[in-house]
Design a protein around this ligand. Structure first.
Ligand SMILES: Nc1ncnc2c1ncn2[C@@H]1O[C@H](COP(=O)(O)OP(=O)(O)O)[C@@H](O)[C@H]1O
Ligand SMILES: [Mg+2]
Length: 274
């Protein structure tokens, strides 16, 4: 599709869970994302990061969540689409990977079949073609056919391998936007670094834009060009990564930066800067 302007433009996005009798989870959040660029979304637990991601993907239960604002993806407002239209965009337009890869995979279905299934669902491929393409996608993330022959199910693979398989499933249909919601926080430090490098390379190669959600500031700065800081549902900071990190305008960001500088035994992943 010929594209001028941003891939995604979010204006005044709000998410509230009325039954929870708490303040809104996401309040008046606006940002835009150009094709192929990476936005880091950072904030402490409960700041609304996952609610934001799920709203964009159309994965919030509309019976319990109230969504306000606008989110234009390639010009179309996602928030007004039917489940059927959204289903068409998920997978081939935008895809998401989650924090816990093992829980995101079906324990009773072979991993190869799960990736093939997304290809069948979103691209209407036949079984054989879908399986062969799925094997290729898994190979690209380092899950080789020999490994899947010996260990076809999720519980037979490590957490890092499962997250790689999730990445393959998410990227199989060629999305223009990937939302990664704390994709490495359940992995140990070495695997974190490997998965980050993989995500970065794949997005670069295929010109995929990414919203990378994390609570790990140093990690975000290795992968994102721009960063948005969320605090109690609000985007309190938004701009170029270097600018925000050297010249934070909100107290919470400054505290986060100071905490990183103070803690040499932080235990985060070590990834070379982009
Ligand atoms: N389905 C839900 N129903 C009610 N409250 C929710 C639901 N999901 C999230 N919340 C609340 O919304 C706020 C933001 O949560 P979340 O979006 O998960 O933040 P984060 O991903 O930054 O940890 C929290 O106060 C959380 O308890
Ligand atoms: Mg979350």
């Amino acid at each position: 599709m010929a594209m001028n302007g941003p891939l995604l433009e979010v204006k005044g996005l709000g998410v509230a869970y009325p039954a929870a009798a708490a303040p809104a989870a996401v309040k008046d959040v606006s940002f835009s994302l150009n094709p192929g660029s990476v936005l880091g979304v950072i904030g402490e637990s409960g700041s609304g990061k996952t609610s934001l991601a799920l709203a964009l993907m159309g994965l919030l239960d509309t019976a319990s969540a109230r969504i306000a604002g606008e989110a234009r993806f390639e010009g179309r407002n996602l928030l007004g689409l039917s489940e059927r239209e959204m289903c068409r965009i998920r997978g081939s337009g935008m895809a998401m990977i989650f924090q816990d890869p093992v829980a995101s995979l079906d324990p009773a279905m072979r991993i190869l079949d799960q990736v093939a299934e997304t290809l069948r669902l979103h691209r209407g491929l036949g079984r054989k073609q879908a399986r062969s393409l799925a094997a290729g996608e898994l190979g690209k993330v380092g899950i080789e056919p020999e490994l899947l022959a010996a260990a076809p199910y999720a519980h037979q693979l490590s957490g890092g391998q499962c997250q790689r398989a999730m990445i393959a499933a998410a990227l199989a249909c060629g999305p223009r936007l990937l939302i990664a919601d704390e994709p490495t926080s359940s992995l140990d430090v070495t695997l974190q670094a490997q998965v980050i490098v993989l995500l970065r390379e794949r997005c670069r190669q295929d010109d995929i834009a990414m919203i990378f959600i994390s609570h790990d500031l140093p990690l975000v700065s290795t992968i994102a060009g721009e960063v948005m800081v969320m605090y109690r549902g609000e985007a309190v900071e938004y701009g170029a990564c270097g600018q925000v990190l050297t010249n934070p305008s909100h107290e919470f960001t400054a505290e986060m930066i100071a905490a990183v500088a103070d803690g040499p035994e932080r235990g985060g992943a070590t990834v070379a800067p982009a």
